[in-house]
Design a protein around this ligand. Sequence first.
Ligand SMILES: CC(C)(COP(=O)(O)OP(=O)(O)OC[C@H]1O[C@@H](n2cnc3c(N)ncnc32)[C@H](O)[C@@H]1OP(=O)(O)O)[C@@H](O)C(=O)NCCC(=O)NCCS
Length: 161
Amino acid sequence: MTTRLVSMDKIAIKQLYEVPQHFDTVANWIYEQWWKKPGNTIEVVKQPLREHLEKKDFPLTLVALEGEKPAGSVLLIENDGISELPDLTPWLAALYVAPRFRRQGVGPQLVQALEQHARQIGYKKLYLVATDRVSFYKDLSWGIYTKMGGKTGITIMHKQL
Ligand SMILES: CC(C)(COP(=O)(O)OP(=O)(O)OC[C@H]1O[C@@H](n2cnc3c(N)ncnc32)[C@H](O)[C@@H]1OP(=O)(O)O)[C@@H](O)C(=O)NCCC(=O)NCCS
């Protein structure tokens, strides 16, 4: 197996509406990682994601690209389905880096690009749901907002922009 390092200056970040040819790839990543279960089809992801094909500031999906190849994606959305915290908004969600691009800084680059975009459109805070990746986000200066659901629970994290 060969190790392949991506030089960060080769990674570009675009909005999904600029690269609609990658819609199916992004939907598939999200479905396989979080939504594939009995009773769900990929439509459960595609239906809300179609809104992100429109040219607008919010909600949106950012896609990391190495040349023409999609390397990862992340979403900025109004609510990540935490019904106990309906007033918190907006959320960074569904951060995903394709396996062969991992451990090379693509994830942090996507998070920082999303933070910058959220700041530019006027948000002062950003939230996310972390399952087992709390330290990844702590390294990017996110803090713990609250923990939910006991031992197997999730951690809500936040960052001042
Ligand atoms: C979590 C995820 C987005 C991280 O993206 P990434 O681009 O690989 O992020 P980084 O480049 O910072 O690398 C993360 C890991 O590589 C390590 N790393 C980074 N650069 C490295 C290097 N040059 N050499 C060795 N290790 C390195 C980091 O310490 C970190 O270690 P860990 O995986 O053991 O925690 C990615 O693994 C992923 O998509 N996972 C599946 C979906 C998911 O869990 N999303 C987060 C939801 S909360």
